[in-house]
Design a binder for this molecule. Structure first.
Ligand SMILES: [Zn+2]
Length: 101
């Protein structure tokens, strides 16, 4: 069972994962071999993600996914603007997510 929630920018369903830093990150809902994010489900049922490295390559229980910021049409537009903030650093994002609950 996947936890799909609409992206607040483009409204497409995305899979929300928890990164190693404990942050929420959206990835596209289906595995993508071209992606750069390893996704797996931990013992508590939480969907976790990390960046595979040479020291810690993809393991048998992980699948590659594409980060949604790479495919989100709205985000891509924003990133193309000069001076746009990199994804994941805007504190306003976290504030908005809390308010949605
Ligand atoms: Zn989106």
């Amino acid at each position: 069972m996947k936890r799909l929630l609409p992206c607040r920018d483009c409204r497409r369903p995305v899979l929300w994962t928890i990164t190693e830093a404990g942050k929420r990150m959206a990835v596209d809902p289906d595995p993508d071999p071209a992606g750069n994010t390893a996704v797996w489900r931990d013992g508590t049922g939480a969907v976790r993600s990390r960046r595979p490295s040479a020291e810690l390559p993809l393991t048998g229980w992980e699948r590659l996914y594409m980060p949604h910021v790479a495919t989100c049409p709205t985000r891509t537009e924003q990133l193309a603007l000069p001076g746009a903030l990199p994804p994941g650093v805007t504190s306003l994002d976290a504030h908005r997510r809390k308010k949605r609950r």
